[in-house]
Each structure stands twice: as structure tokens, then as C-alpha cells.
Ligand binder design. Structure first.
Ligand code: SAM
Length: 194
């Protein structure tokens, strides 16, 4: 109840950036992490972690030598994340600073980036900034995963940024949602306008 209440309170005060009435269900959280090839993974970034349902799955599944970088900009959510996942690298701040934060840590390659950010509520410039910072560090066979509670609706949007976009539906979530899996980042110069 604690996490649900906190998300509801945050939604009431800042609906655009929280963009959900409840934390992701464990079904959605598992779908976000399912299929990660841990044998070839050295670094995973999570953006917009909230109260940490995806983080919990990552922390449980990741082998000890895999680097996890967890991002969230709300200080109350960050407090919850630090309590639940002591010792985890939590970057408290705006996801638009991702490139800088990875550089400070000497990270030049990320294998998976999992985003719960409400990217469709971002301005196009801010959305480009986040996705392109991910794209620049994503390994050639790396994957960007975006959670959504608007199944299929934004496939075209993510196709602007990635050559290969697929969608996994998760019905057992409130509301029903899913995960976009995106591979093959398209640099801005090679992208169709719009
Ligand atoms: C839809 S919630 C998802 C929370 C969590 N991942 C989950 O699945 O329950 C979006 C989260 O992104 C965070 N957020 C929104 N804009 C952000 C930004 N620019 N940088 C970092 N976090 C942001 C919000 O504070 C919120 O916790």
C-alpha cells in the first residue's frame, strides 16, 4: 500500500511526470526484464524507476558483475529506492543528464536501457535528447525497452529512432500495458524529419 499511496500522491501533484496511478505490476516488471541475455551484458540502465518495481526484477536477476545504473528524478522516490536497494547505484536527477552521468562513471557502453519515463509527455526535443543519449552508448546489439500503458499506440514514434521495434503486450497490469523493444538506433542525421 505504501508505494501505491506514494505514487497516487505524486500523481496528484505532478501528473505529467509521474503519468501513472500505480506502480507497474510484477507482470509488467517481469516483462521489462525478461529475455535479457545476461551472458553478454555488462551494464544496464533504468530510467524513471519510480518506487522500483523494475529495479527489483533487475536486482534479482542481474549477475553480480553486471553494472546497474538506476535513474529517477523525484527525491521521495529516490529515498524509497535507496531503502529498498541499498548499495545500488542510484542516479538522482533528470534523465536528460544521462550522457554526463555515464561519462562521470567511465561507462561508454550500455547493453540494455529500460525506460519507465513518460517519454510521450516529453517535448520532442527532450525526447530526442534522452533517446539519443541512450543510442550513443547502446552497444550494437543492445536494446532500448520502453514501458507503456498505451499498447501499440507509439510504435511509429519509436520507429523514428530505431530500425527494429517490437511490442509485447502485458494484459495483467492496471491499466493493461506492455513493453516496446527497440534495436538499431538511427542517428539524428539519418532519421526522417518529423
Ligand atoms: C510512469 S512512472 C514509472 C515508474 C516505475 N518505473 C514503474 O514502472 O512503476 C514514470 C517515472 O519517471 C520519473 N520521471 C519523469 N520524468 C523524469 C526525468 N526527466 N528524469 C528522471 N525521471 C523522470 C517520474 O518521477 C516517475 O517516477
Amino acid at each position: 500500500m505504501g508505494d501505491l499511496w506514494l505514487v497516487l500522491r505524486k500523481f496528484a501533484s505532478n501528473a505529467r511526470s509521474v503519468a501513472t496511478l500505480a506502480p507497474s505490476s510484477r507482470f509488467l516488471a517481469r516483462a521489462a526484464v525478461r529475455g535479457i541475455d545476461w551472458s553478454r551484458t555488462t551494464c544496464v540502465v533504468e530510467l524513471g524507476a519510480g518506487t522500483g518495481p523494475i529495479t527489483a526484477e533487475l536486482v534479482n536477476a542481474a549477475p553480480p558483475d553486471v553494472r546497474l545504473i538506476i535513474n529517477e528524478f523525484d527525491p521521495d522516490f529516490c529515498r524509497v529506492l535507496r531503502q529498498k536497494f541499498p548499495g545500488t547505484d542510484i542516479f538522482e536527477g533528470d534523465a536528460r543528464r544521462l550522457g554526463e552521468v555515464l561519462a562521470e562513471r567511465g561507462i561508454t557502453r550500455v547493453d540494455y536501457a529500460i525506460s519507465g519515463l513518460p517519454l510521450t509527455h516529453f517535448s520532442p526535443a527532450d525526447r530526442d535528447a534522452v533517446i539519443d543519449q541512450v543510442g550513443q552508448v547502446l552497444s550494437p546489439d543492445g536494446e532500448f525497452r520502453q514501458l507503456t500503458t498505451a499498447p501499440w499506440l507509439y510504435r511509429r514514434l519509436y520507429r523514428r529512432y530505431f530500425r527494429d521495434v517490437s511490442f509485447k503486450l502485458v494484459v495483467r497490469n492496471f491499466p493493461p500495458g506492455g513493453v516496446y523493444s527497440c534495436r538499431g538506433w538511427i542517428p539524428p542525421g539519418d532519421r526522417p524529419a518529423g
